[in-house]
Ligand binder design. Structure first.
Ligand code: GAP
Length: 460
């Protein structure tokens, strides 16, 4: 069976909209740039991803704890962490006529000129050297820093005291709770704290569907180690992250590790590996990050708050732990999983589009249908089988619209691994002796087999 890999994201974006995976935000008002909504089927996939991620990185280990910190935090958190400064800003240039703003490194990058991590002076020099103009053909301003944090005011407090930010990473919620977790859970070093939650970045140039957006969800771990162990623990986490990418069905040749060069490291990192995915029509780009953040954050919060961030070893030694940070973005994970699953082939002389989603990630585990919807005995039995499976698995759908062929196509397109049909044999009115069996059709091969209803749960 031939599989056709996507050469761009467009067919996937269209399928996701058509079938209820992802919608543009506030679409009836023309949308909002860089913001997207997950529809009924998209929610099922992201909930599966979050559940599997939590199992893989938290529940299956002994050294991990969970957290769900608030999005709003005291503004001093962001001053201490360095996010209010140039370290968390993108280089921006303006069209001097229209006032439109662009990310300078992206404008240069579009011409094949590498400028990631360049200073403002270097960017200005590159713009002059290549006589770069705005996309409308106008002169560009010199580059300046644009901070990516969304700002707001809390309550009725005026002045800087009322200043708050929407968190641009979930990580800081973990750092400021480090002491609380240590004091309440008495963990042994090394240990980690995991959190899944929303993050916001006022990206100058949101683009490529869910890839670069202004509101997104992160799945982050801060793993606390003593300094001398960071390298050996780093290696172990690399293996664990690779296993995760296999678990969500990403083929090995589509994921690679990219060692981020020193001049491009985030302001808090001494070593970072990006996990890059080969996105259709885009090529390899960042799917997730894995950073050695040293003791930068705990030291910074200790200094700014005056509260100790020390961990006391069993022998009484006091240390400020160093941190390894695997950080995943849910949107990019979703795109990679969907792109990996997207397939086209020919079945029964027709071209079909289907999603080869792993069973643990597919929205529905199975669809149940009566062969004919106008035969009450078939419908009654199909509802019975549906209820049986629904009570066990939860994510089972009942589908009786159109003919069987159409139902199969529809379920293939949303990645349902099995289609179960109740026919005349099931209710003892067929020509063969298959009473109390149903047909189970496999999404990927289209092959069908008869299974006893009493064995269905086990077979699925
Ligand atoms: N706490 C570390 C941190 O936030 P990051 O590399 O800036 O590191 C981690 O972000 C992950 O979050 C990225 O690998 C990506 O998957 C996701 N991410 C970051 N910015 C994003 C954006 N604007 N849109 C979508 N996903 C984003």
């Amino acid at each position: 069976m031939a599989n056709q890999t996507l050469s761009s994201l467009e067919p996937l974006v269209a399928l996701a909209k058509r079938r209820g995976f992802v919608f543009p935000s506030s679409e009836i008002y023309g949308g909002l740039k860089g913001v997207w909504d997950y529809g009924p089927l998209g929610v099922m996939v992201i909930n599966n991803l979050k559940r599997e991620w939590w199992h893989h990185f938290v529940d299956s280990r002994e050294d991990m704890y969970g957290l769900d910190a608030a999005i709003l935090m005291n503004r001093q958190v962001w001053e201490a962490s360095g996010h209010t400064g140039a370290g968390f800003a993108d280089p921006m240039v303006e069209d001097t006529k229209t006032g439109e703003r662009f990310r300078a490194d992206h404008l240069l990058g579009d011409l094949g000129i590498e400028a990631e991590g360049a200073t403002l002076e270097e960017i200005d020099a590159l713009i002059r050297e290549h006589k770069l103009q705005s996309p409308s053909g106008n002169q560009l301003s010199s580059a300046r820093h644009f901070n990516m944090m969304f700002e707001s005011k809390i309550g009725a407090t005026a002045g800087p005291e009322g200043q708050v930010y929407l968190r641009p990473e979930t990580a800081q919620g973990i750092f400021v709770n480090f002491k609380n977790v240590v004091d309440t859970m008495n963990p042994k070093l090394p240990f980690g704290i995991a959190q899944i939650g929303k993050a916001f970045r006022n990206e100058i140039a949101p683009r490529e569907w869910l890839f670069r957006v202004r509101e997104f969800e992160q799945l982050e771990i801060e793993y606390f180690v003593s300094e001398e162990l960071w390298q050996s623990e780093f290696k172990k986490w690399q293996v664990h992250i690779q296993a995760w990418h296999r678990h969500i069905g990403l083929r090995e040749e589509h994921v690679r590790e990219y060692e981020v060069p020193e001049n491009d490291l985030a302001h808090y990192s001494k070593r970072t590996i990006d996990y890059e995915y080969d996105f259709p029509g885009k090529g390899f780009d960042e799917l997730a990050g894995f950073a050695y953040r040293t003791d930068h954050d705990l030291q910074a919060h200790m200094k700014a708050s005056g509260k100790s961030m020390e961990y006391i070893e069993p022998d009484g030694t006091r240390v400020v732990p160093h941190v390894l940070e695997p950080s995943f973005g849910l949107g990019r994970m979703f795109v990679a999983v969907m792109a990996e699953a997207y397939a086209e082939d020919e079945m029964n002389g027709e071209t079909r589009t289907y999603l080869r989603l792993p069973t643990h990630l597919a929205p529905y585990r199975a669809a149940v249908s009566p062969l004919l919807k106008n035969k009450p005995a078939l419908v009654e039995k199909a509802r019975e089988v549906f209820t049986l499976l629904k009570q066990h698995f939860g994510n089972i759908t009942y589908d009786e619209n159109g003919n069987i062929g159409k139902r199969y196509r529809r379920q293939d397109e949303i990645g349902t691994p099995a289609c179960i049909v109740v026919d005349f044999d099931t209710i003892g009115e067929g020509e063969s002796a298959h009473q109390d069996t149903v047909t189970v059709r496999d999404r990927d091969t289209g092959t069908q087999k008869r299974v006893l209803i009493s064995e269905l749960i086990q077979q699925l």
